[in-house]
Design a protein around this ligand. Structure first.
Ligand SMILES: [Zn+2]
Length: 314
């Protein structure tokens, strides 16, 4: 009698600055069973409990569908220690720094647990399943709550220090620019992050304080000129940041991912314009700038990559 083949997936988690998502990701990058909770501080133990309850709900749903979980992949915003067991620095999540994330989860879930920097995860998801397929030197800029940048060299994340590509989202674009959460001034992140764009829109329109990036994007899609201008400026800054990165890393492809990429051409067109007018001729002749394909779920899907890396990618 033939046995029914059991489906395999990776339990995946994305701990972002604002929300934490969990779901199942299969070997082709398909996501199912998505659930989320706020990334609530300041007590890391309480968040740990909420996180394991969230993962348990997704795990239970997987078991009910006879899906085998081959591991637990966790993408977290911030720098990691060399053993990749804990996040050691994120100016947006100071309360979670040095919390023993991997050990805590390994105790609760009897399976292999892999922690990855969120920008590496987003980059690897795009490399495996999206806009980075076939690229030898793929740079992925994820612009959302923060500005995370990852690079895959022939399918392997480039790790300079603290398991990531430095703090390249904080490349400085404006001398004496606004004070950034990192302590620097005029960084790309403080100029184009989702909270920064929402604030720029609020200041120029005197809109209600709780306007979000999504509101700015939908206003721009409805021809709101101030919203269009805020996004266009952000696109120009992003193109400038991409140009600086291209001059250092010589990527053959650069993808814009994260919440800002939902603005489509409203961001991408000005980004391409400033990239072409700013990057060295050598670098820009060898790199193309495109929109990421996987949307805001790339980081979550990328949390699966350590488990899929040695498997065939379709
Ligand atoms: Zn900064």
């Amino acid at each position: 009698m033939a046995h029914r083949a059991e489906a395999e997936s990776v339990l995946c988690v994305d701990i972002g600055g604002t929300s934490t998502k969990a779901g199942l990701v299969n070997s082709t990058g398909e996501l199912s069973g998505l659930q989320s909770i706020p990334t609530g501080g300041p007590n890391p133990e309480r968040f740990g409990n909420e996180l394991s309850a969230l993962i348990e709900r997704v795990h239970q749903a997987a078991c009910a569908q006879e899906t085998a979980c081959i591991g637990l992949g966790v993408a977290v915003a911030g720098f990691l220690n060399p053993e990749r067991t804990t996040m050691i620095y994120n100016s947006n999540l100071p309360w979670l720094e040095n919390y023993p994330l991997r050990d805590y989860l390994a105790k609760h879930f009897p399976m292999r647990v892999e922690i990855e920097v969120d920008s590496n995860a987003a980059c690897m998801a795009e490399y495996c399943f999206g806009s980075g397929r076939g690229s030898d030197r793929f740079l992925c800029i994820a612009a959302g709550t923060g500005l995370g940048v990852g690079m895959a060299i022939k399918g392997v994340p480039l790790r300079f220090a603290y398991e990531c590509l430095g703090d390249i989202g904080h490349v400085i674009l404006e001398r004496n620019g606004p004070l950034c959460t990192c302590g620097g001034r005029g960084c790309a992140e403080i100029l184009v992050s989702a909270p920064a764009l929402a604030q720029q829109y609020r200041e120029r329109t005197r809109a209600v304080p709780n306007v979000s990036l999504r509101d700015v994007i939908s206003a721009a899609e409805n021809s709101d000129e101030i919203a269009i201008s805020v996004l266009s400026n952000a696109g120009e800054w992003l193109g400038l940041a991409a140009a600086s990165m291209a001059n250092i890393f010589f990527p053959d492809r650069i993808a814009i991912a994260g919440g800002l990429s939902a603005a489509g051409d409203l961001i991408l067109k000005p980004a391409k314009g400033s990239f072409q007018s700013s990057a060295s001729l050598f670098a820009q002749a060898r790199a193309s700038l495109c929109r990421a394909e996987l949307g805001p779920m790339a980081t979550l899907a990328g949390a699966a990559w350590p488990f899929l890396a040695h498997r065939p990618i379709s």
